[in-house]
Design a protein around this ligand. Sequence first.
Ligand code: PLP
Length: 423
Amino acid sequence: MLSRRAAQLPPSSTAALDTRAKQLAEDGVDVINLTGGEVDFPTPREACEGGAAAIARGLTRYTAVAGISPLRQAVAARLTHVWNAPYTGEEIIITNGAKQALANAFATLLDPGDEVIIQAPYWVSFPHMVTLAGGTPVVLPTEAGTGFKMTPRAVAEQITPRTKVLLINSPSNPTGVVYDRAELAALADVALGAGLTIVSDEIYGDLVYDGAEFVSVASLGREVRERTVTVGGWSKTFAMTGWRVGFAAAPPPVIAAMAALQGHTTSAASSISQHAALTVLREEPVAELRRRRSALDERRRILRDGLAALPGLRLAVEPQGAFFAFVDVAGAYGPSRHGQEIDSAAAFAERLLRAARVAVVPGADFGAPHHIRISYVASPEALGEALERIRDFLSAAPDSTVTTASRQPSAAHPDTGWKGTVP
Ligand code: PLP
């Protein structure tokens, strides 16, 4: 019954692990969930009040497909003044989360077979979004040795007559890497020289630490801005993942095409969410955002320093943005540790969840089969406890813990006391 396209589409592995960890927690298992793509801070009061006021005022109908005009203007103003990327309201479309902005962008830019250069490690959804739009993802591997960054030369080598788009995601999910101004300028030079469009996913642009500077690609100059689709949103900066509101910024013809597409698919983003998003931009809680950023930075340091002390694990690069650490686990591979050979990051994550009750995401779906992604979205105490558990897990003698028998429902695990099973 399914189309080939649908049949080939796997579910999101990050969502699957998050669901599994949450299910375990619901079953009473004391699991520390470090899989997530959202911070544990509440949505700012300003946004909640803006949403509630919209309901009270009856602003609950369809809006213009590209979004309410004051919100488009407010996004343009923020991009102009905070990210130094000068845009006008007509160059903005409001979408159902940044995900829809990306999906719209690929659907409007790509013809069948057009190629999109995507660096690995990549956020799991990127290649699928390109494929769904009829394009061909061309994966450009990057290494820890080069800071998990694309070099202009490596990009140039991937360009063919079919290449249409260079995708940039800085700060990056899953590595936390932040490109600097010179690196972005050099990539933009290559892209523009080959007539490509840049899709720049800047959803983590407000979350950088340790003196790192976030540079919006569209701030690099008029020529670059005119060849770029900038994607962002409220999900990460304002802890508003559930409100489903994001944006794309691009030249007016691209925005018009995205609006036409969105008009025939989902229509506008929720009117209530748009008013919430507007209020939080108008009354931006700058001090609160600063406080949250420094709280995330503290967690980042706890994780980084804790990982440095763990044998067998290696932080692949120093994360400077977003809220992820990308960790090479190949040094922890070995025979029959925790009841089964660990020979991949997937096996490592599976064993870690089972034996130590710490949930992380294995890197295969990010294009990095020997790495795990750890989100530092938990409290400092929980992160400390997770590091302890990982240390115990790594130092356990081979064959010392889980056996198949201990996986039976309700049989308490001899070492962990865990009564659940991993589905
Ligand atoms: N882009 C990247 C790189 C992400 O990590 C995510 C969420 O995890 C998104 C886009 C989607 O954001 P939204 O929730 O606004 O759709």
